[in-house]
Design a binder for this molecule. Structure first.
Ligand code: NAD
Length: 389
């Protein structure tokens, strides 16, 4: 009886709490629900999409294009013809035309095609982007846009000239945890950042075939960390000092590295550290930590089925492993980046990653590689117009 005085009125007559902002899945669910009553806006056309490359990245994007109410696949370009029939059956793509890269002119010339998704090997990006933009198609391209500054600039110049978006898919910018960290840093929750650290340890180890055409660990992998770090801070480094090793003989034979530690020195005094590996045997290790005089904000690893714990013998409580690889860890980020790209194509949103951003990231990656290869600290000079807004 002692607590009877606390008895509440019926929840039906009280204000119920709304879903917290952090519940991004519920937010998406509400958006889907709202579509039932508001119907699709008249300008929401369905875009015809051609996908170049159906390997690891291309398969992730195919799933989004197939399931997105705003898009329809019309072409798939990939040279491994033996895969075509199975892909057609699995994704129910009976109306989709499959082509080899030698036949890709058909895509460029087809005026029905609105959007190209480029998920082919990096060395093919520049040619595909150029042809598609010249044919006035919007381009969603896996990072990196191209292999060197001149080619990257050329692609962005064509995009500007023809007035079509060239979207560089830096998926980590669309991860809810990383967005949350950035928002908190930008609100000043830790004050002026003293140290920012990223840990990126890849899993599983990529194949040697992939690595031999990847462009190397700096332009293939580290660009993600550089983008994440500079996007969180809103600042580019003035100097970089990098150590790199190849523990794996097959990677050493490619004149590449599998392990890198980089220190980035920012003009404001912030120090950045990137810890990178091609081969983590305990899963896809992706962490971000930002430290300042007022505290620390971090995004640690996510685990699937994290609510389950087991105990056997005297080992103590055992949790499930972290996500195994990028398709699962960044599943939502890939969906969100593609949705945003569609909004950009429709003129509803601005490109989040512009020519200057990508060129700056490439310049920092090149400086990091030079530092690793020469053992020197490399200084970066920035013109005012190159710096982030
Ligand atoms: N953002 C990310 O998380 C992420 C992850 C993986 C790869 N990537 C990027 O995606 C791109 C592809 O990497 P991947 O890991 O999917 O490689 P992959 O080797 O798994 O797949 C590449 C596919 O492209 C096909 N292909 C080869 N030449 C082609 C051409 N000229 N036209 C069309 N298709 C062609 C191949 O047959 C293969 O199926 C790379 O640029 C890479 O940097 C990004």
């Amino acid at each position: 009886m002692a607590t009877l005085k606390f008895k509440e009125t019926s929840p039906y007559v009280q204000r119920q709490p709304e879903a917290p902002a952090e519940d991004y899945l519920y937010k998406k669910y509400l958006q889907n629900m709202a579509a039932q009553t508001t119907s699709i806006a008249p300008d929401d056309q369905v875009f015809n999409v051609a996908i170049f490359g159906l390997g690891r990245a291309g398969t992730i994007h195919l799933e989004h294009v197939v399931s997105n109410p705003r898009t329809k696949v019309v072409y798939i370009v990939d040279d491994v013809e033996s895969k075509w029939e199975a892909i057609k059956q699995y994704w129910r793509l009976k109306d989709v035309t499959f082509l080899t890269s030698k036949q890709s002119d058909l895509v460029f010339k087809d005026s029905r095609v609105d959007i190209i998704v480029v998920a082919s090997p990096t060395r093919t990006h520049e040619y595909i982007i150029t042809k598609c933009l010249e044919a006035k198609k919007a381009v969603f391209c896996e990072k990196p846009i191209a292999e060197d500054d001149r080619s990257i600039m050329k692609c962005y110049d064509i995009a500007k000239k023809v007035g079509k978006p060239l979207f560089c898919a830096f998926n980590r910018r669309f991860d809810p945890s990383f967005i949350e960290v950035r928002n908190r840093i930008q609100r000043g929750e830790v004050g002026h950042v003293h140290v920012i650290k990223t840990t990126s340890r890849d899993s599983p180890l990529p194949t040697i075939e992939y690595l031999s055409t990847s462009g190397g660990i700096f332009h293939d992998c580290m660009v993600h960390d550089i983008d994440l770090m500079t996007w969180v801070l809103g600042e580019y480094p003035q100097k970089v000092s990098v150590g790199a090793t190849a523990h794996i003989p097959e990677i050493k034979a490619l004149n590449d590295f599998d392990t890198v530690v980089a220190t980035l020195y920012f003009a404001s005094g912030t120090l950045g550290q990137i810890d990178l590996s091609r081969n983590s045997n305990y899963g896809y290790d992706m962490r971000l930590e930002v430290f300042g005089p007022k505290g620390m904000v971090d995004a640690s690893n996510e685990q699937p089925i994290h609510s389950v714990t087991r105990q056997n013998g005297l080992e103590g409580p055992q949790k499930t492993p972290i996500w195994y690889s990028f398709p699962s860890r960044f599943k939502l980020a890939y969906v969100t980046e593609f949705e945003l790209f569609l909004d950009v194509v429709m003129g509803k949103k601005e490109l989040p990653i512009k020519a200057n951003d990508f060129i700056a990231i490439n310049k920092i990656a090149t400086a990091c590689e030079e530092s690793a290869r020469t053992g020197k600290i490399i200084t970066l000079n920035w013109k005012k117009e190159e710096l982030p807004l």
